[in-house]
Design a protein around this ligand. Structure first.
Ligand code: NAP
Length: 478
């Protein structure tokens, strides 16, 4: 594949490439340009020059282009889904769903932007402005760099690119090095739909390289990043000199709390849906199962029974329940995290098995609330650590004892317990009787504490990627 700078498909300026590997087969999917700081800076200069004309284009014309885009994407669903499956090891059905979600996100943001109203300050609110009219309009930020992770390369691209483009910003997309291919196709289609080549660009290359460049450049107005907390923190620091808007969607170690009156079959279904989705590599996956002592053994048994027959294999075969992790290194890391949790006193009921990049669903019982996985150790694989509790306060304390705060779950038939938990848990989302692996396009998705800064969703992002300007008509009423 090639990068897309100024509407042209180009290699890295130094000609260097790296291989993209299919984690299911170990085979090379494509070679990827290893973009340099010079490539990023060139793209940013081009974006700076191109953005004002895009912002000046009538809004309804930008909307027409984005509606044309989703029509084009729908004509290429299979090609994009197959690319995402090969590069990321994600099950083919999930890849299809992700492409259709991208269309919904673009269309919904385009519609929502029609309602990005300014406001009028009440007339005659103060003596010193009583002859004036003050109103506000939203203007774009300028050039936004969108950095996406490997686990939802299509959906998260949509959540960053759609609101930025429709409001008149220019975007430079930097996909994860493990999953650049689908992003390349998606960016090419935006240009085919009519977005100017200087307004939507794609630069591939190492995350470290772009991080160093972002700390130096003056040509970027905003960064929208989804990924790990450590990188998010470094981007925030790197943008400080420029007072750069930095939106961060980061990691999580989300609690899934089961009270004794919960429907255990439902709890097992939701736990599996929320933990094994995308082979366990989801930011808002349920990652700590905090279960009342009276139902803990019954829950653990039902969970093990349900997962024992799971088939792992080629993600392009819809007959398989789960594909591999993103690469073998990630699988080794997950196994090391499992070993570490066992060393801290947990007992393995299922799994703890790896072949290449495949890690089998793993159920760990008797996990101490003092162990790392019960606090800040985010395991990126289908691992179910079970921690028992006796009282509401204890469950809440364990749920909140992490520096993350992305999503959460409470399973109970008693709505008073549910609401008491939902209003006390320190997390950006609480799902009652369902997994926290839950995202509507409209909700203000995001995290408390080290899980992020800012929110994504049609109810909020359009305001984040624009700035509000006051226009005062002085003495107009005199
Ligand atoms: P990561 O290492 O932080 O990588 C994410 C992206 O950042 C990739 O494009 C990566 O490029 C780039 N990057 C790496 N180092 C960088 C640096 N120093 N400066 C700028 N960019 C840099 O994250 P990951 O391990 O792939 O993703 C998993 C993490 O993301 C988990 O913690 C997960 O919970 C979180 N996540 C959060 C959300 C959310 O919405 N809150 C959604 C999905 C994932 P390279 O690939 O080239 O290194």
């Amino acid at each position: 594949m090639l990068m897309l700078i100024n509407g042209e498909r180009v290699p890295a300026s130094n000609g260097k490439t790296f291989d993209n590997i299919n984690p299911a087969t170990g085979k090379v999917v494509c070679t990827v340009p290893a973009g340099t700081k010079e490539d990023f800076e060139r793209a940013a200069r081009i974006a700076k020059a191109a953005q004002p004309a895009w912002a000046a284009m009538p809004f309804y014309k930008r909307a027409e282009i984005l509606y044309r885009y989703t029509k084009l994407v729908r004509e290429h669903v299979d090609e994009i889904a197959e690319a995402a499956c090969a590069e990321g090891g994600k099950r083919i059905e999930e890849c299809h769903d992700e492409v259709l979600t991208l269309c919904m996100v673009f269309e919904t943001f385009t519609e929502a932007a029609h309602h990005l109203y300014g406001s009028t300050i009440p007339l005659k609110a103060e003596a010193r402005t009583e002859n004036d009219i003050i109103f506000t309009v939203h203007e774009p930020l300028g050039v936004l760099v969108a950095i996406t992770p490997f686990n939802f390369p299509i959906e998260l691209y949509a959540h960053k690119v759609a609101p930025a483009l429709i409001t008149g910003n220019a975007v430079i997309s930097k996909p994860a090095s493990d999953t650049p291919l689908a992003t390349g196709i998606l960016t090419g289609l935006l240009i085919e739909a009519g977005v100017p080549g200087g307004v939507m660009q794609l630069v591939t290359g190492s995350g470290r390289e772009i991080g160093e460049w972002l700390a130096e450049t003056k040509n970027v107005d905003a960064v929208s990043f989804t990924g790990s907390t450590a990188v998010g923190s470094s981007l925030l620091a790197g943008g400080a000199k420029e007072i750069r808007r930095t939106f961060l969607e980061l990691g999580g170690n989300d609690p899934f709390v089961i009270f004794p009156d919960a429907d255990l079959d439902l709890a097992v279904r939701e736990a599996i849906g929320g933990r094994a989705h995308n082979a366990g590599q989801v930011c808002c996956a349920s990652k700590r199962f905090i279960v009342h002592k009276d139902v803990k053994d019954a829950f653990a048994k039902k969970l093990v029974d349900a997962l024992s027959s799971w088939k792992l294999g080629d993600p392009s075969d819809p007959g398989n329940d789960m594909g591999p992790l993103i690469n073998e290194k990630a699988a080794e890391k997950a196994m090391a995290d499992i070993r570490h949790t066992l060393d801290q006193g947990a007992v393995c009921l299922l799994g703890n098995r790896r072949e290449g990049a495949y890690v089998w669903p793993t159920v760990l019982d008797r996990v101490s609330p003092e162990s790392d996985v019960a606090k800040d150790l985010e395991i990126f694989a289908a691992v179910f650590p079970i921690i028992s509790f006796e009282s509401f306060d204890e469950a809440l304390r364990i749920a909140n004892q992490t520096s993350f705060g992305l999503a959460s779950t409470v399973m109970t038939r008693d709505m008073k317990t549910a609401m008491k938990f939902a209003t006390s848990v320190k997390a950006g989302t609480c799902v009652i009787n369902g997994t926290g692996d839950y995202r509507s396009v409209h909700q203000a998705f995001g995290g408390y504490k080290h899980s992020g800064l800012g929110r994504e969703g049609t109810s909020t992002t359009l305001r984040e990627v624009t700035q509000e300007k006051n226009i005062a008509m002085k003495d107009i009423l005199r």
